[in-house]
Design a protein around this ligand. Structure first.
Ligand code: HEM
Ligand SMILES: *[C@@H]1O[C@H](CO)[C@@H](O)[C@H](O)[C@H]1NC(C)=O
Ligand SMILES: *[C@@H]1O[C@H](CO)[C@@H](O)[C@H](O)[C@H]1NC(C)=O
Ligand SMILES: *[C@@H]1O[C@H](CO)[C@@H](O)[C@H](O)[C@H]1NC(C)=O
Length: 543
């Protein structure tokens, strides 16, 4: 029981906690459990509290749940548990994870899309039904005959890939981001002066602001002065929201969602009033009202298709959340590793100087190819991104000798593959530890003057299938290329321009702490886990 109450501050009240438990047990007891199929059947995980199933624990204590699951699986690769009304197969093992990521015939990520649309984006039910009614799917080739309303889902998806994922769109965003980030830091830190600050708190405001403006323009922040704080408050509740904990039982989560969504609606209303759809800005790479092409195109598409304001604004601020809730923790963790290890900091700084252009500015294309920096980036995501690849079984299938039934969910948690010793371990460097050189190999070659040199190369050879921080298949993260460049550019700029001294650790509300940061397990399951302690650092602008 002790474990159960750790972290209840986030539930707001004891009554909230009790209510959740009652709900979980009701769901598990009221809903019929369907009959067992024939053949090899995955065993069930033991119920953690009798009658309550694992719903409460898997949602509110995901990391504990995974430890619990690992202990109970005892070598079995697939087990079953109940997530409220949903039967879920928990799948582990690198080979099985890859099979799930690859299989698009018997598995679908559509249900997850609907859960996000309903629960995070707070979309109008009519709009969700419109997506559901389009059976032709997200991919270019229609899965089923196209209905009378035409292709909705595929066009929506295409806007994400064309105006968020392509190298052209990433280039526009990253140039804007770096311009803003450079200006912000240069303005706040005159050369030669030192300033103490809390690292993560600083990034959560200043880097987030640059990232938001680079993707989504200036209007959203102008309309809503508290937008960034509201986004982080919303971020706290994403996990229980996705799984549809009812409003009555968890009012705080919905209050945070309501505040964030009201800001999205205010932004969108103002943007549509101000923006001139007959001006050349319609095709601009970036303009201040909608930012990049992405929101402008998406906004117009959704309006033309008759989607409600709440759906349209919800999808906008959902993307802004996805952008920041992952890149900010990743950037902070990479910096934490470099601050802790002075020789690594120096090696990275030396490597970054090879990616400067003739004007002394960072060349992001070159930067993204640096072997050691890439290795640090991958190592950061490997250790701190805890995401569940969740799919719905659309056709009974066989996996690792087990029969998996239609309509169940399969989940394969990234942490299990990301921490698999048999894949990642190297002598002296177990998978559980950060090791900057894990994804670097050395090759002997000759330079232009004919001298023998040892060259670093980045390599994920043989391991790429066990690394899936961005998911996979049709629902793979649309922001993955931007994320890599944003995180690497932010880290590079800070390392290049600042000397950093660690002064101590503080809790997130500013009290001194004896220990350094660990992953905040509250966020386990949604993607990047932020640190649970902040670093008090002194920054001195070096050049
Ligand atoms: C290190 C940073 C990031 C991580 C670890 C991450 C992770 C993920 C994951 C795991 C998914 C779900 C994939 C699936 O279900 O198969 C996802 C979806 C998504 N991400 Fe990211 N993400 C990151 C950065 C970003 C950024 C920077 C943006 C926007 C600029 C973004 C926008 C999105 C969007 C829009 C989706 C939904 C895609 C869709 O449904 O079509 N993400 N992300
Ligand atoms: C992730 O997986 C764990 C363990 O299977 C489960 O408890 C949790 O609800 C899942 N979360 C998501 C976002 O699918
Ligand atoms: C956005 O998408 C459109 C349509 O696919 C494409 O023509 C345009 O080049 C894209 N622009 C950017 C900056 O992403
Ligand atoms: C997927 O479903 C089809 C039936 O639609 C079945 O024939 C096939 O064996 C299934 N695939 C796997 C891997 O079980």
């Amino acid at each position: 029981m002790v474990d159960l109450f750790a972290g209840t501050h986030l539930l707001g009240s004891w009554s909230g906690l009790l209510a959740s438990l009652v709900l979980a047990s009701l769901l598990v007891w009221l809903l019929p459990r369907s009959s067992q199929p024939k053949g090899k059947v995955p065993a069930s995980l033991p119920d953690w509290l009798p009658g309550v199933g694992n719903a409460y624990r898997s949602i509110f204590h995901n990391r504990d749940f995974l430890d619990f699951a690992r202990k109970n699986m005892k070598g079995r690769s697939i087990m079953k548990f109940w997530l409220g009304p949903k039967g879920v197969y928990l799948v582990t093992g690198a080979k099985n994870s890859q099979a799930i990521l690859r299989n698009s015939g018997n598995l679908s990520s559509d249900e997850l899309f609907f859960m996000v649309l309903a629960q995070l984006d707070a979309a109008d039910q009519k709009d969700i039904d419109q997506f559901r009614a389009d059976k032709s799917g997200r991919s270019h080739i229609p899965l089923n005959p196209v209905g009378p309303a035409g292709r909705i889902w595929e066009q929506n998806h295409r806007i994400f890939t064309d105006n968020l994922t392509t190298s052209k769109s990433v280039g526009v965003m990253i140039d804007k981001f770096l311009e803003l980030f450079t200006a912000t830091l240069e303005e706040q830190f005159p050369v030669g002066q030192s300033k103490s600050l809390r690292l993560y708190s600083f990034l959560k405001q200043e880097m987030a602001r640059c990232a938001i403006v680079s993707l989504s323009g200036e209007e959203i922040l102008k309309q809503n002065p508290g937008f960034i704080d509201a986004m982080w408050e919303f971020d706290t509740y994403v996990y229980p929201l996705i799984f549809g904990v009812p409003r009555l039982l968890y009012p705080k989560a919905y209050a945070a969602r309501d505040v964030y969504h009201a800001m999205g609606a205010k932004f969108l209303t103002a943007a549509w009033e101000k923006f001139d759809w007959t001006s050349p800005d319609v095709d601009a790479d970036w303009e201040p009202i909608f930012g990049t092409r992405f929101h402008r195109t998406h906004s117009k598409f959704l309006k033309d298709r008759g989607f409600a304001l709440c759906t349209r604004s919800g999808m906008h601020i959902g993307t802004i959340w996805a952008q920041n809730a992952n890149c900010l923790p990743a950037t902070c963790w990479a910096l934490i590793e470099l601050i802790k290890d002075k020789s690594l900091f120096a090696a990275i700084r030396a490597e970054i100087t090879t990616a400067l252009d003739v004007n002394g500015k960072l060349d992001v294309k070159k930067l993204a190819e640096l072997p050691l920096l890439q290795s640090v980036y991958v190592e950061t995501l490997r250790l701190h991104v805890a995401v569940n690849i969740t799919r719905q079984i659309t056709d009974e299938m066989v996996l690792d000798g087990y029969t998996l039934k239609k309509d169940y969910l399969v989940q394969t948690p990234s942490l299990i593959s990301h921490l698999d010793e048999s894949i990642w371990s190297e002598p002296g460097h177990p998978a559980s530890e950060f090791w900057a050189e894990r994804h670097v190999t050395y090759v002997n070659t000759v330079d232009e003057s004919g001298n023998q040199i040892r060259e670093r190369q980045f390599s994920l050879a043989g391991r790429a299938g066990s690394f899936f921080p961005f998911g996979g298949g049709i629902s793979i993260c649309a922001g993955r290329h931007f994320a890599k460049q944003e995180v690497m550019a932010a880290v590079a700029f800070v390392v290049l321009k600042f000397d950093i001294e660690l002064e101590g650790y503080v809790t997130m509300d500013g009290k001194m702490s004896e220990r350094g940061p660990l992953d905040d397990a509250w966020y386990c399951g949604t993607a990047a886990m932020p640190p649970d302690r902040d670093l008090l650092v002194s920054l001195t602008r070096a050049g």
